[in-house]
Design a binder for this molecule. Structure first.
Ligand code: ADP
Ligand code: MG
Length: 323
């Protein structure tokens, strides 16, 4: 059943991940065969992991994207629906092939091979005014992979703001390592959510706190993810840093996207940036307990139990999800 209004609208890429894990993984060319400890096919892609994380916290999430009419496309639609993410606005295009990621996972480090496929087909004009009008917040991730979306993203964010939406952007990695185009977007971004390497690369600064402050002179709030060291956040007034809890990590795939879900959840609750940071870190860290991006994302109750945030700070969540 379609959800009629959304806390969060995600305009994003939809890919499964094939995760091959082994502590000593080092694949070799020359037609050599390497055995791996573990393999998992799961819902992947930054936008999908974010959407699943936000829905698990109880937010009403709608997704706009493009998949092919193939087994990976349907696998992803089923995975999103199972997590109560509305996919009625996802376009299934039989002329396209759904992309996918292959993740070679070694401890907390990984190499990522991505075939973008249908990811490049989403354009800003596919996100209608009608959809924006029934949403509170717009999230965009994987800026550098979404090459069909990014030329129209500035206008899309401005259109979203005219409809009263807040916005968030997590660029993730730039495969070209040129990091172009993001700086001009930031003045219409409410929450900019890079990791440390991305913040440094985009800002041109050498040190992460300077990078965050430079980026916060354009975006309203900047949160920079620091892996097992936690994260920092700054706005026009202050810069705060908080550590991550110690977790038994299965892998860190999608931890940044789960952080984003927690952080944006806090923002939509009108929490201060300290509480948003706390929630982002907990959601990121708890997501690492199982392999893949979505399996260990916390429910709201689990996340709150692990933070200092009291239940009493929650707004009435009306008819939001319970999964
Ligand atoms: N090894 C780890 N132990 C505990 N928490 C982690 C670990 N790695 C990541 N996290 C959590 O996930 C969040 C995002 O992780 P990070 O890897 O920095 O983002 P990204 O996936 O975007 O690179 C961190 O802020 C932290 O809360
Ligand atoms: Mg990331």
């Amino acid at each position: 059943m379609a959800i009629t209004s959304f806390d969060i609208l995600v305009a994003g890429e939809i890919n499964p991940d094939l995760i091959l894990s082994d502590p000593d993984l080092s694949p070799q060319f020359g037609q050599k065969e390497t055995l791996v400890d573990k393999a998992l096919l799961t819902a992947g892609s930054s936008s999908v992991i974010f959407a699943a994380g936000a829905a698990r916290l109880g937010l009403r999430v709608g997704f706009v994207g493009v998949v092919g009419d193939d087994c990976f496309g349907h696998f992803m639609l089923d995975a999103l629906s199972a997590r109560i993410v509305d996919v009625s606005n996802v376009i299934v295009d039989p002329s396209l092939q759904t992309g996918f990621g292959v993740i070679l996972n070694r401890g907390t480090d990984r190499a990522i091979l991505t075939y973008p496929g249908a990811v490049t087909a989403l354009r800003a004009d596919m996100i209608s005014d009608d959809l924006l009008a029934k949403s509170r917040h717009l999230h965009v991730a994987s800026y550098f992979l979404q090459t069909g979306l990014n030329p129209g993203l500035h206008a899309l964010f401005e259109r979203a703001q005219r409809f009263g939406l807040s916005t968030s952007l997590d660029t993730n990695w730039d495969p070209s390592e040129e990091w172009k185009g993001v700086g001009e977007l930031l003045h219409c971004v409410t929450m900019f959510l890079p990791n440390a390497v991305e913040a440094i690369s985009i800002s041109g600064e050498e040190e992460v706190q300077h990078a965050a402050l430079a980026l916060a002179s354009r975006a309203k709030i900047v949160a920079v993810k620091l892996g097992e060291a936690g994260a920092l956040v700054c706005d026009a007034e202050r810069l705060l840093q908080a550590p991550a809890p110690t977790v038994e990590v299965a892998d860190t795939v999608g931890a940044g996207d789960s952080f984003d879900a927690g952080f944006v959840f806090g923002f939509l609750q009108d929490w201060n940036i300290e509480a948003c940071l706390d929630m982002g870190i907990i959601c990121g860290s708890l997501s690492t307990r199982k392999s893949g991006g979505v399996a260990a994302q916390p429910t709201l109750e689990e996340a709150l139990a692990a933070t200092k945030i009291a239940n009493t700070h929650l707004k009435d969540r009306g008819s939001t999800n319970s999964l």
